[in-house]
Design a binder for this molecule. Structure first.
Ligand SMILES: [Cu+2]
Length: 264
């Protein structure tokens, strides 16, 4: 039966690919800023693609044009100052223009976020994502490392703190409401992890001792994977979270129901 298992292993990536709608190009873009990053990607691809084709065609032309012939040395060319100036100046101008454009995209994607409708704290650890919702009071309860209990209280939330009463802590389940601005506070408990949702076009390191902030505004409902993009230990491969983007009503229902289950 060994060969059957081997065959299965061979087709596992194919079935994951089929589940993702057999996309051959970029994953879905499900936030307001993802298409902005994609546009920059296409601009860079178009420029480098055109240069690549141009350089290869010129190479072939020069191979033929300056080949060895009776009475002519192979590779014989003479310098041309004007051509040298042009092919130095054009890439320089393109690079300066691209860096200015990238700066604009960067400030739009990672600059000051619009006022958030919802805030979520995500604490990465070997090998899970702890998701902390502040609840109706919109204030995160106090956390304290000495209160951490891996089984019952992975982020060390102080349940005696009044602002913690309506807080929800879920493991690997991130639900986000459609069309609302969400500010994510990203932390790490042990080693460096990296929060990665390909459909957000966002990848952010989670570093112990630092709270990194990023924001998203989801535009498409669906279920997506959260991957850890930093080799963080032996269980790195199974550090997978589940992202659900749903309507604000469905999100509220999920929050209320999870809070009720948490209280049991
Ligand atoms: Cu990790």
């Amino acid at each position: 039966m060994g060969w059957l298992a081997a065959l299965g292993a061979l087709f596992a990536p194919a079935s994951a690919w089929a589940q993702d709608g057999m996309r051959v190009w970029l994953p879905q873009a499900v936030t307001t800023t993802a298409p902005v990053i994609d546009r920059l990607f296409y601009v860079v691809l178009a420029i480098t693609g055109a240069v690549f084709i141009g350089v290869q065609l010129t190479l072939v032309y020069f191979l033929i044009r300056y080949r060895r012939r009776p009475g002519v040395r192979a590779g014989y060319t003479h310098g041309n100052n004007l051509v040298e100036v042009v092919w130095t100046a054009i890439p320089a101008i393109i690079l300066v223009w691209l860096s200015l454009r990238s700066q604009q995209v960067w400030s739009q994607v990672r600059g000051t976020p619009p006022p958030p409708d919802l805030e979520v704290a995500i604490t990465a650890q070997q090998f899970a994502w702890n998701i902390h919702y502040p609840g109706a009071d919109r204030r995160f309860g106090r956390t304290d490392a000495s209160l951490i209990d891996e089984a019952s209280n992975p982020i060390g939330l102080d349940r005696t703190d009044p602002t913690a009463q309506d807080d929800l802590v879920s493991v690997n389940q991130l639900h986000l409401p459609l069309n609302q601005t969400v500010l994510i506070h990203l932390k790490a408990k042990d080693v460096i992890h990296s929060f990665f949702v390909p459909q957000f076009r966002l990848k952010q390191d989670a570093v112990p001792g630092i709270t990194s902030r990023m924001w998203v505004q989801p535009t498409t409902a669906g279920n997506f994977d959260i991957a850890c993009a930093e080799l963080c230990g032996l269980g790195h491969y199974r550090m997978r979270g589940f992202l659900t983007i749903e309507s604000p009503e469905e999100f509220q229902n999920w929050l209320t129901q999870s809070l009720a289950e948490q209280a049991l």
